[in-house]
Design a binder for this molecule. Sequence first.
Ligand SMILES: O=C[C@H](O)COP(=O)(O)O
Length: 261
Amino acid sequence: MAESRAEPGSPPILLGVSLKLYLDVERTARWAHDVAAIARSHPAVTDGSVELFVLPSLPAVPLVVQELAGTPVRVGAQDLHWDDRGAYTGAVSGQDLRTVGCALVEVGHAERRQIFGETDDVIGAKVAAAFRNGLVPVLCVGEHEPGSSTDAAHVCISQIESALRKVQIADAEIIIAYEPEWAIGQAEAASADHVRAVAATLADRLRQDPRFATVRVVYGGSAQPGTLTDLRGDVDGLFLGRYAHDPAELARIIDEAAALR
Ligand SMILES: O=C[C@H](O)COP(=O)(O)O
């Protein structure tokens, strides 16, 4: 299984990729093969200063785990069910995700909230299921409409408090993906000033709680080459979508992250 190589006291820049439902299994396997080659050869990845995780569609998870074996890249899933077993046709157990090699699981993406009607209660139960199964939650939060960074942070903090209210684990690893809904699937990311202000407020709020002292906040929403540089290191990393479909673009973003360290 892949393992993280982050050095204590020197936090890596975290780059996550969700493939959503964009790539079929065959193309996902080729993509993972290329990403594995990058991960094995890029000094910033091999020395742990840039940390990668990838979230393929569910049927591709075992192939991606296989492709990335022996690299530091962690693999996860895009969703899980709140119970591990039972009469839940079509649902996916966190226990099974762990068994097939997942280290993380995404919870609460805007598309899950909007298209699949997931409520804050459902998201909270899924975060609990992630922790119960030793999966690092990648908790997605974000405001619906463009507006002030103060209002956006308020919405996100409410989503975070609801999602984490049942978590009892001290110093748990958790990744918050700040994704303004209006910036997802666009040509450009949200403005750096907006993201910086919201991410700083979220990090401050979370670090007041000893349970979440090591939380990391990454930005997602049309993130692409240039976004991390624009943010000048004021987030812990990026959560990438379409702009990581080309492994060469992902390599460019890793180069940027390495230059910021
Ligand atoms: O999960 C990833 C985010 O929703 C960003 O996707 P995007 O970069 O394709 O907008």
